[in-house]
Design a protein around this ligand. Structure first.
Ligand code: SF4
Length: 199
């Protein structure tokens, strides 16, 4: 019921939101929505855990820098028809928060010259009550764990426990995006999956 409330709010805001109890059903939805196109992927443990690169690679051309270190992979992802990422947090008011270091993810979710659709794939572990909690989660859960995973020389990476408001050269928190409506230029799907995915 709570997730249906969030789906309803997101849909009223113009997103195409859906909730799935099981990851298999979410993957079927994504395969039906994304076929025969070019796909860019943001850095995302959720994408990795769900095997989206492999699943969607069957019928699409994927550009993902976690799989392809070619110098133009990020640019090709920005130019893709479809872009997929997760979110660091989603509020029950329908606000989607992401913190980015390079900026490719937040930029590509907001705009791409050929973009037809973007997809946020989000586990219920990322859902919080309000915007303040969403920013707090992005800053004190997602960012430290990502810094730890990336072995950054930041104070939060030691334990991955919370933000220390660093000014490290290796700080990963460089842009914070709060998405409140789909981009004017394309569809935005929010695919919520019951369970813990990513950070
Ligand atoms: S600002 Fe620095 S300490 Fe805080 S989460 Fe970001 S990288 Fe870690």
């Amino acid at each position: 019921m709570i997730m249906q409330n969030l789906v309803g709010i997101l849909n009223r805001h113009g997103f195409k939101a859906s909730y799935f109890e099981a990851p298999e059903a979410a993957l079927d939805y994504l395969k039906a929505e994304i076929s025969g196109v070019t796909v860019g992927m943001g850095g995302s443990m959720t994408i990795k855990e769900l095997g989206l690169y492999e699943v969607l690679g069957e019928n699409n051309t994927i550009h993902w820098h976690w799989q392809d270190a070619a110098p133009d992979t990020l640019a090709q992802a920005m130019l893709a028809d479809v872009y997929i990422s997760s979110a660091n947090a989603v509020s029950m008011a329908g606000e989607i928060v992401n913190i980015d270091a390079t900026g490719n993810r937040v930029a590509s979710l907001a705009y791409g010259p050929n973009r037809k659709k973007v997809f946020y794939v989000v586990g219920t572990n990322k859902i919080v009550e309000n915007l303040e909690q969403a920013i707090f989660r992005a800053k004190n859960t997602a960012a430290p764990l990502n810094a730890k995973r990336l072995d950054r020389k930041t104070p939060c990476a030691v334990k991955g426990d919370h933000c220390y408001k660093c000014n490290s050269p290796e700080r990963i928190c460089r842009t914070t995006s709060i998405v409140t409506r789909p981009p004017a230029s394309c569809e935005a799907h929010v695919v919520i999956i019951n369970g813990d995915y990513g950070y």
